[in-house]
Design a protein around this ligand. Structure first.
Ligand SMILES: *Cc1c(COP(=O)(O)O)cnc(C)c1O
Length: 438
């Protein structure tokens, strides 16, 4: 087949799936300019793939590690080895990687509740944390929050230009400030995501003010987007979800903490029980997916990054504000597209949903999701329920009506989803027309 006929055959395949010639051609015109960006993403993936393999080899992962345990889970070789793999990857003394950690919020709550004591103060030097953390901390009063246990909270907002408020941070650190929580990814905000280098600068400053301050990073969505992780630049503790980047789309549940021995031991005693700590916790049948998912994670993250870069350039070309911008460096896999109207956000999510391999025929609707303070719409047709390393989109129904788009286990699926979203926006007259060259 010549290149031209291959293109036509591909187009007919897309047309069968509801993509018009116009949308397809516009997508191709956007893609043409992205080759150097994609090459750079592939290079990071290659580096990280070697890093994962090296960690697995050094930890002597063997076939026996894939077996799993039941009951108490004493002497679970696979669990202990996997925790060594994570500690090697993150260059930390220890790690806790468990299916008993339900999600990212649970992992973060665990890290905070186990390393803070009554009378301590938690500091966020990067502004408001992720929505679900508000109830963990007690910013919004909630049963079982840190606040109920007498743990204080101070927050220093970013300056209007998005930079750290160095003087404000210095002033906020007192005798009782025990732990600083730094969220790497923007989450449901339209600030920039921090690079690992920026986080390193912030941690160096925090430690210069108070050397024994525990610096924790909410690493959700950031893993493998760069060649280094926050623990490489001084973080005492790095926390994330296995149904995001490091699970590679295969982990069906779970969370991880990587950090100092003391931080990890505190977390293990809180997750399980004082006295038992890391020694128990059956892994049942999840270990193969934890190992294989981690093995795939660098290339899955690269696929998601390509999707994010493509979406940014595609919608930016149509005049929408996108965060990060089409040309910006990437430090997480999330792409925000601001639609300005609920109709735009909803149409975008419907398009993503209709591209899914699972549940493509359902229509996502806004709902009152626990932990969030406004209605949220979510589109996901995932093999693992709620997995946001799989192609998914969501956003709170409040101004600026930003759709947060992320994931894609393969670049090809991410591309298809984005084209579908544009197709739906055209059908719903959220967008009047797109540039089109025959
Ligand atoms: C997803 C996310 C969380 C919470 O994780 P869940 O698995 O949804 O509970 C926390 N912080 C950030 C930055 C996230 O992206």
């Amino acid at each position: 087949m010549t290149e031209k006929t291959t293109g036509e055959t591909l187009l007919s395949q897309y047309e069968k799936l509801g993509i018009s010639r116009k949308v397809y051609r516009y997508g191709e015109s956007v893609l043409e300019k992205l080759a150097p960006r994609f090459a750079q993403i592939d290079q990071v993936a290659e580096y990280n793939q070697m890093k994962v393999i090296a960690a697995m080899q050094e930890a002597r992962v063997s076939e026996a590690c894939l077996m799993g345990t039941t009951g108490y889970g004493y002497n679970d070789l696979g669990r202990e080895t996997l925790e060594t793999v994570y500690a090697k990857l993150f260059h930390t003394q220890a790690a806790l990687v468990r299916p008993q950690i339900t999600c990212g919020t649970h992992a973060l709550a665990l890290a905070l509740m186990s390393n803070l004591r009554p009378g301590d103060v938690l500091l966020s030097p990067v502004g408001k944390p992720y929505d679900t953390l508000e109830e963990v901390i007690g910013i919004r009063p909630s049963r079982g929050s840190l606040q109920e246990y007498g743990i204080g909270y101070r927050q220093v907002d970013l300056l209007p230009d998005g930079s750290f408020d160095w003087e404000g941070i210095r002033a906020a650190i007192g005798e009782d400030t025990k732990l600083a929580t730094i969220q790497r990814s923007k989450g449901y905000q339209t600030r920039q995501t921090f690079s690992v280098e920026q986080i390193g600068e912030l941690i160096a400053f925090l430690k210069s003010v108070k050397p024994d301050l525990i610096c924790m990073v909410d690493n959700c969505y950031g893993e493998f987007t760069q060649t280094i992780e926050p623990t490489d630049v001084g973080a005492d503790l790095c926390v994330g979800s296995l149904i995001k980047n490091p699970g590679g789309g295969l982990a069906p549940i779970g969370g991880y903490l990587a950090g100092t021995q003391a931080c990890i031991d505190n977390a293990a005693c809180r997750l399980i029980s004082p006295g038992l700590g890391k020694e128990v916790g059956a892994t049942l049948h999840v270990l193969p997916s934890f190992y294989q998912g981690l093995f795939l994670a660098p290339s899955v993250t690269a696929a998601a990054l390509k999707g994010a870069v493509f979406a940014a350039n595609l919608y930016e070309g149509l005049g929408f504000r996108v965060v990060p911008s089409g040309s910006a460096e990437r430090y997480d896999i999330i792409q925000a597209v601001e639609f300005g109207t609920p109709e735009g956000l909803i149409a975008f999510c419907e398009g993503i949903q209709s591209a899914a391999p699972v549940d493509s025929f359902v229509t996502p609707e806004p709902w009152d999701m626990p932990g969030y303070d406004s209605q949220v719409i979510m589109a996901a047709g995932a093999f693992v329920s709620g997995a946001s390393i799989e192609l998914s989109a969501d956003g709170p129904l409040k101004p600026p009506y930003a759709a947060y788009f992320q994931g894609g286990l393969t670049w090809q699926h991410a591309k298809f989803g984005i084209l579908k979203s544009l197709q739906r926006c055209l059908e719903r007259h959220v967008i009047d027309d797109i540039p089109y060259n025959e």
